[in-house]
Design a protein around this ligand. Sequence first.
Ligand SMILES: Nc1ncnc2c1ncn2[C@@H]1O[C@H](COP(=O)(O)OP(=O)(O)O)[C@@H](O)[C@H]1O
Ligand SMILES: [Mg+2]
Length: 290
Amino acid sequence: MRVAVVAHRASETNVSLAARAWNGRPVELVSPREALLTLRPGDIALARLDVREDLAGAEEGLTILERLADAGVQVLNPPPALLRAHDKLLTARTLRRAGLPHPRTSIVERHAKLPDLDFPAVLKPRFGSWGRDVYLCRNRVELERKVGQLALRPWFRSGGAIAQELIPPLGHDLRVIVARGEVVGAAVRTAPPGEWRTNAALGATVSPTTPAPVAVSLAKAAASASGLDLVGIDLLPTGPGAFCVLELNGAVDFRPLYASPGRDVYADALSALAGSMEAVALDSAAADAG
Ligand SMILES: Nc1ncnc2c1ncn2[C@@H]1O[C@H](COP(=O)(O)OP(=O)(O)O)[C@@H](O)[C@H]1O
Ligand SMILES: [Mg+2]
C-alpha cells in the first residue's frame, strides 16, 4: 500500500507531512497527475489542493481526485469537502446548517445589486487566502468604491466577492488543527501593530497555545461539519471564553510550534488519520465476519 500527499506545492506543511511515516510506511509528495499515474486501489491519497494563486477558484486536480476515488483509492479530504473550505460562501452555509457561530455572510456579484449589510463589513475574495484582498469597509459608500476597484480582478470576475459582518477585531485569533476528529495542534496568530488581519502572510506572529475546552469543542464541531479529514479551523475571539468560527482551511499550513507540548504535530496528524482509518477497516472486517 502506498500513501501520498497530493499537492501542487512543496510548502513547509506538505514537505513535513511527507517526511513522516504512516503506520511505519513512507509517505510521498505527488502532484494530482502523478497520483493518477501511480496510485492503485487501496492506496491512500491525502488531498492538499489549495486555492489558486490568483484566487480565481480551487487549484486544478479536483476531477483527478474524483477519478482516484472511483478507482478505489482512499481519498482523504475529498473534493466536496475541499470545496466547502475553499469557497467561503459554501463555508458560511455549512456552518449555518450545523448551527455554529459564523459572521453573517453574503455574496457580491458583478452586475448584481449589492446585498443589504450591517457596517462595518469585510469584503474579500470568495476563494481567498493569505489575507490577500481582504478589506474593511466602514459604510456603504466605501463598500461600493471598493467593489468598483476590484471588479476587474480575475477572482471577482470568476467567483464574486464575499461581504461579511465584521467581528470586532481583538488583534489575534486561534487556529486549531483537527485530524479525523482529534485536535493535534493549535496556535495563536497575533496581527502586527496597525494591522487587523491575523494572517501569517501579513506579518502575524504565531505562538504556541493549548486551546481552552470551549475552543476545542467548537473546532471539532466545525471540522465534523466540514467533512475534511485534516483541517485547520480559525476561531475569532468574540469575548472572554467565546469564539466564532471564521474559516475552514482545507489545505491548512501549520508549523512545528503548533504541536502539543513535547509532540510532533505532523506525525500526530498522520497517526490520527491512520489510526482512525484502521479502526474503520477493523469495524468493516468485524461486520463482514459477523
Ligand atoms: N468577518 C470578519 N470579522 C473580523 N475579522 C475578519 C473577518 N473576515 C476576515 N477577518 C480577518 O482577516 C483575516 C483574513 O480573512 P479570511 O476570511 O481568513 O481570509 P483568508 O482566506 O485570506 O485568510 C482573518 O484572519 C481575520 O483576521
Ligand atoms: Mg484566513
